[in-house]
Design a protein around this ligand. Structure first.
Ligand SMILES: [Zn+2]
Ligand SMILES: [Zn+2]
Length: 321
C-alpha cells in the first residue's frame, strides 16, 4: 500500500469552474496529482471529457457530481448514482445517500460549516447531522486557507463528535477547485492509502478510511498492537494498547508557502490528548490504548505562525460501526 495524492472536489466550465475538463486535467497533471474526481454542480456533463483527457495524460479521473441543494452540498463519487439533486430533501437525505451507496458510489459531506461567497445558500450544511451518519467521508478541511478560521475549527470538532459516537467516517479535504490558481493560495492535499491509483482502488482506500489531509507535510503513521501492524483507517482491538509510530517529511513540490519546521504532534482519543515534540525526518513513538479512535494532528511553523498542518484519518477500535 502507498499513499496517492488526490483531489476529490473539482469544478469545470460544465458548471461554474473556469477551466474546461481538459484544462483541469492538464493542470492536475502539472500539480502532481495521482487522481482527481470531477464533481460539477448537479451535472455530469464534463465527466466523459475529463475521463478521456485523463486517459491521454495518465491521470485517474473519478466520475462524480456535487449534489448542490438548498440545505447543503455533497460530493458523490463513482459514477453509478441515479439520484437527482432536486429530489433530495431534509426528510429523505439519509435514504438518498444510501441509494447512491447501493450503486457503488461514495458520498462526502462537503464544506459543512463554510459560508458561501458571495453569501449564497447551500454551502453551509443545514441538514440534521443525525441524518448524515451514513455518509462515507467528511470534508474536515475545505477550499483556500483550509486549516484556519471558524469553519475549519467547527468542521474538525463536528467530525470528532461523530467519531466519539462510534461512527466510521473518513476525513478528507475538498479544494473545491474552480480556478487555475497560477499563484496558489494556501490549500491542502488529501492522500489516500491504497494499492494503486486506479479509480476503484482510490474508492476502496476512501472506504477503508486510509487518508490524511495536509499542507506540505508527508505523513507516515502506523500502529502496532499484539505484533500486528495497522494503518490509518484500520480497526484495532478494543481495550488493547498500541504503539503509534509517526514520521513526517516535507512535500517538496507543495506549491504554496511551505512549512518551515514542525513543532508538535497531538494524538487525539476520546479520552484525551497526548502531545509530543516532532521534527521533520525523525520518528516519534507513543503507546496509547484508545477506547474508540485515535487521530493524529501535526503542528508546525508556517508563515512565522504555528499552524495545524496535517490531520490523519482515524484509527478505529472494535466498537465502531
Ligand atoms: Zn459546494
Ligand atoms: Zn464544489
Amino acid at each position: 500500500m502507498r499513499y496517492f495524492r488526490c483531489e476529490l472536489h473539482t469544478h469545470t466550465t460544465s458548471s461554474d469552474g473556469k477551466m474546461t475538463p481538459e484544462e483541469l486535467v492538464d493542470r492536475a497533471v502539472e500539480c502532481g496529482y495521482d487522481a482527481i474526481a470531477l464533481t460539477d454542480h448537479n451535472t455530469v456533463a464534463g465527466v466523459e471529457r475529463a475521463v478521456k483527457a485523463g486517459e491521454r495524460r495518465g491521470l485517474t479521473v473519478l466520475k462524480g457530481i456535487e449534489w448542490t441543494t438548498f440545505w447543503g452540498h455533497f460530493t458523490v463519487i463513482g459514477g453509478g448514482s441515479d439520484v437527482l439533486w432536486r429530489d433530495i430533501t431534509p426528510d429523505n437525505v439519509d435514504a438518498m445517500i444510501a441509494r447512491a451507496q447501493s450503486k457503488g458510489d461514495i458520498v462526502t459531506i462537503a464544506h459543512p460549516r463554510r459560508m458561501g461567497y458571495p453569501l449564497c445558500s447551500g454551502c453551509h450544511c443545514d441538514y440534521d447531522i443525525e441524518k448524515l451518519t451514513g455518509a462515507d467521508n467528511y470534508e474536515i478541511w475545505s477550499h483556500y486557507y483550509p486549516n484556519e478560521g471558524v469553519a475549519a475549527r467547527q468542521q474538525k470538532e463536528q467530525w470528532y463528535s461523530l467519531l466519539e459516537r462510534g461512527l466510521k467516517i473518513t476525513a478528507v479535504y475538498g479544494y473545491d477547485w474552480h480556478n487555475r490558481d497560477d499563484l496558489p493560495p494556501s490549500y491542502a492535499y488529501t492522500y489516500v492509502g491504497t494499492e494503486s491509483n486506479r479509480a476503484q482502488d482510490i474508492i476502496e482506500g476512501l472506504k477503508r478510511g486510509a487518508t490524511y489531509v495536509t499542507i506540505g507535510v508527508k505523513v507516515d503513521c502506523k500502529a502496532i498492537s499484539d505484533g500486528k501492524e495497522y494503518c490509518i483507517g484500520s480497526t484495532l482491538e478494543s481495550g488493547k494498547s498500541a504503539v503509534f509510530t509517526l514520521r513526517c517529511d516535507r512535500i517538496e513540490d507543495y506549491r504554496s508557502d511551505k512549512p518551515e519546521r514542525l513543532t508538535r504532534v497531538e494524538f487525539h482519543t476520546a479520552e484525551g490528548v497526548t502531545c509530543l515534540p516532532i521534527e521533520f525526518g525523525k520518528k516519534v513513538q507513543t503507546e496509547i490504548t484508545p477506547a474508540k479512535f485515535c487521530v493524529v494532528e501535526i503542528y508546525g511553523i508556517r508563515n512565522r505562525q504555528e499552524q495545524l498542518l496535517a490531520v490523519t484519518g482515524a484509527f478505529y477500535t472494535g466498537g465502531n460501526r
